[in-house]
Design a protein. Sequence first.
Length: 284
Amino acid sequence: MLFGMVCALGAAVCFGTATVLQAMAARAAADAAGPGSGSGGGPGGDAALLLRALRQWRYIAGLALDGLGFLLQIAALRSLPIYAVGAALAASLAVTAVVAARLLRVRLSGVEWASVGVVCAGLGMLGLASGTEGERAGPDALRYAMLATALGVLVLGLLGGRLPERVRGLVLGLGAGFGFGVVEVSVRLVDEVSVGALVTNVAVYALVVGGGAAFLALTSALQRGAVTVPTAGMVIGETLGPAVIGVVCLGDRTREGLGWLAVAGFGVAVVGALALARFGEAPD
């Protein structure tokens, strides 16, 4: 269990640092394209934005950190309930805030430093209360539901530029969160790693499509003005749904008599992360 929590926190450090690098690259890619060149118009616009961002060294470095974080996330999900891993990943915003304060000389307010402390306190409560991962394999219908959700997020990311401005950030943020949530659940639905088992497991396809679609939606959201709303939407999307699925469908539980502490810790960590939502993007 300690190993799993260390992996989850390591993933949060990787994802939190990568967010700063990727957001800077996404904004630079949008600026380089110039006005009216694909950042808001059609299904190809946001895909083109992603391709331009991939030419930025910061985005490549961020992807490398994301890859390492993903491996740590998989290791964590193999020994911890989804709700604990999800809350730890939401805490990556606290990491981003600290990185921004140190490397980008962003001044954190007293409330924001307090929010970092709140996130850490929530994770500590979760660490004390978390049990082992559930042992249920999950119904086959859940695998198809994850694939359908992943495909929905992919369509959303491709068509995000056509959404009304007033709801675009929230919808794309939620979409990215759902995509990352699909990854969390799908990892638990992959029970065999042989070539034959992987090829025939629908959850593997859900994992790949969900992860790629989430990155597309997030990249689109990060370069569209204010970041607080889409980042808050992403935190909500990647924590609440997967946590419920883990408990209801996969048998995740807490330590005996500590269910209340797990619920409180989860809520505290997520609320603290939401208070730091502006750090979903590095400042200009």
